[in-house]
Unconditional design. Structure first.
Length: 167
């Protein structure tokens, strides 16, 4: 071939696909979320994360339940969200001006981390919890902080990784 290949993946689809792929690492039986932080100037990934228990805490020793008679018997006091992990896993000095791709619109606690990290833009795939009050708080804070957020519409309906065809 003497010309570039057609049908290559668009940048936004690529980075959202990385977020989706990282969500596959989550052990949460109910909700798998992934996040990918990108420097928009260089188009380099500077942080990746998914939702799970803190490092060193066994996935088999803490509860994954969504409801129980005691809050301590649910996952909520223990799980680190994908956005938190992507920020903490950063491989650069500062996330100022970066863009975060996340599979689910960030909750209010993650919005605070995004704001404090000086991330400039949030691109989300799903907003299925949009009616929750904490998501209203999240949207309010992001807007007040001047952080642009928008829902990604994929150009491709799927991204297939077939390891058998790559060898």
């Amino acid at each position: 071939a003497t010309t570039k290949r057609e049908g290559y993946i668009e940048w936004d689809d690529y980075f959202m696909s990385v977020a989706v792929l990282s969500s596959f690492r989550s052990k949460d039986p109910n909700r798998q979320v992934g996040a990918c932080v990108v420097d928009p100037e260089t188009r380099r990934i500077v942080g990746i994360g998914y939702n799970g228990f803190p490092s060193g805490c066994s996935d088999d020793s803490l509860p994954w339940a969504r409801s129980a008679s005691s809050p301590l018997d649910t996952k909520y006091p223990y799980v680190c969200h994908a956005e938190m992990n992507a920020i903490l896993n950063k491989n650069c000095e500062s996330l100022k001006g970066c863009r975060m791709y996340v599979t689910l619109f960030p909750c209010n606690e993650c919005a605070k981390l995004i704001i404090q990290s000086r991330i400039a833009e949030v691109v989300f795939l799903s907003d299925r919890c949009s009616d929750a009050q904490m998501m209203t708080a999240s949207r309010r804070m992001l807007q007040l902080a001047g952080i642009r957020s928008w829902q990604h519409t994929p150009h491709a309906s799927q991204v297939v990784i077939n390891f058998d065809e790559l060898g």
